[in-house]
Design a protein around this ligand. Sequence first.
Ligand SMILES: *[C@@H]1O[C@H](CO)[C@@H](O)[C@H](O)[C@H]1NC(C)=O
Ligand SMILES: *[C@@H]1O[C@H](CO)[C@@H](O)[C@H](O)[C@H]1NC(C)=O
Ligand SMILES: *[C@@H]1O[C@H](CO)[C@@H](O)[C@H](O)[C@H]1NC(C)=O
Ligand SMILES: *[C@@H]1O[C@H](CO)[C@@H](O)[C@H](O)[C@H]1NC(C)=O
Length: 468
Amino acid sequence: MKDIVQVVLIFSLTSVVMPGLQVRKSNQTKVMMRESCFLSDYSLKAKCVQIHQNLRCKGGFNDQWINGIKYEITHLTVTEWPGECFNVGHLHLHFPELRSLEIVNCTLLRTFKGYFRSDSKIEKITMHGLSSLWEIPPETVNHMVNLREMDLRSNMLRHMKAQLLIGSPVLERVRLSGNKWDCSDGGLDWLAMEEPNGTTKSRITDYYDLVCYQKLYRGKPLHKVMDIIKTMRETCPDPCTCIMTHVVSDPRGAIIPLITVDCSDKQLTAAPASLPPSVTTLRLEGNKIDTIRSIVQNSHYKRLADLYLDNNSIAAVKELEGSEWFSTFRVLSLRGNYLKQIPVYAFDKAFQANNNIMHVFLGQNPWRCDCHFIPRFQGLLLKYKRVIRDLTDIRCSKSSDKKTSLVQISTMPLGNVCSNETELAISPINIVNIVLFALIMFILGKFLYDWRNFKNTGKLPWLSSVLP
Ligand SMILES: *[C@@H]1O[C@H](CO)[C@@H](O)[C@H](O)[C@H]1NC(C)=O
Ligand SMILES: *[C@@H]1O[C@H](CO)[C@@H](O)[C@H](O)[C@H]1NC(C)=O
Ligand SMILES: *[C@@H]1O[C@H](CO)[C@@H](O)[C@H](O)[C@H]1NC(C)=O
Ligand SMILES: *[C@@H]1O[C@H](CO)[C@@H](O)[C@H](O)[C@H]1NC(C)=O
């Protein structure tokens, strides 16, 4: 027993010195800790002081307090508990009349073993300074029927389940400030969906003092983050998922969430009609959307910065022309659609005016390669090659013409599409020109012939002689 205690002590000390080690502890150690989780584990160095009905024990319990049942004690304070585990299940056996329990300044304590039984008379539980305690499992206190108050301020609590605050029928007050709350999914986000006067929320007396500690929400008031999460969940369009990717504060201190709405691979034929406020990114990849009209003309999309429309059925984007969104967006991906051509002039104009533009993707489309479109399109690709990120995938559509089929457009010699121009010069308009030219020459020749003929013979041309 002594050896085990020593090992535990040594281990506890190393844990303090090297906190990183705690996570990687082997199963064996854990099992040993759990097996040795008795109230009597640290009886040697314990110091207990009784004042009337109050007992205060530091560093463990002396044997005298753990042998037998102490009916006279109603208030117990445990400080500097030297272990990782504290057995609340056994507490009842020795102190059945406890009304109040305080566990304070136990920096090693990580878990509780057992649970408070339903015949426990404890009305108030206080825990402070438990700097290794991340969560109190609801089962620990769930059975208590007399618990009125829990003061859990100034610990390291990150997570909390709703059950913790629902278990006791007479629970009135819970204090939770000064902890390291994780406000994200799987942390405290269930609180967000509670009604403003919901049971659990109303029991947390310092709800408006709680602060989030997770990376994303670090230092932000919990109640504000909860309001944002709630708004986001309620406005997230079906069947998409919404994720908060960043949270920023504006100069006036208001919290602005940056939200990504993911609607990819949902068989959608149109973009969602509405979006949560302050959505920055919308993912619509792999759907059946065939027009972007509903996007660029929808006021909900005004603040959208990044739009991913890969692998849809969009054949034309002329709606972008002149749209406000087009001159403010940051990322636009139209890969894998049915685009044959784009309004090059409008793209050029918008790109030039757009100060936010970062990435544009146009690859994997069946681009039409002819002398009419390609020279201007190539010019655009080269002019904005820093922005257009997938130049090597921007190729002519597959065709029987070896000079263009699947050829990369940005590096293609223009001769590939424009070289036959002289051969092809006999376009309809040119034919008309040639015919007109021939007619003019004929009439001019006829006139000269008739004029000479008249001078020589005095004979009027046939036409003049017939006319009256
Ligand atoms: C540790 O315990 C888990 C389950 O509790 C088990 O799946 C795993 O294999 C164990 N690892 C070692 C190294 O014993
Ligand atoms: C716990 O520690 C703090 C600071 O270290 C100290 O002020 C407080 O008195 C301690 N409480 C108990 C009950 O020992
Ligand atoms: C919540 O409670 C307050 C007062 O306690 C009351 O004014 C308010 O109307 C309640 N809100 C709801 C939604 O019930
Ligand atoms: C689009 O489809 C192609 C081919 O099916 C696939 O390789 C690619 O990963 C898809 N892109 C996205 C963003 O889903």
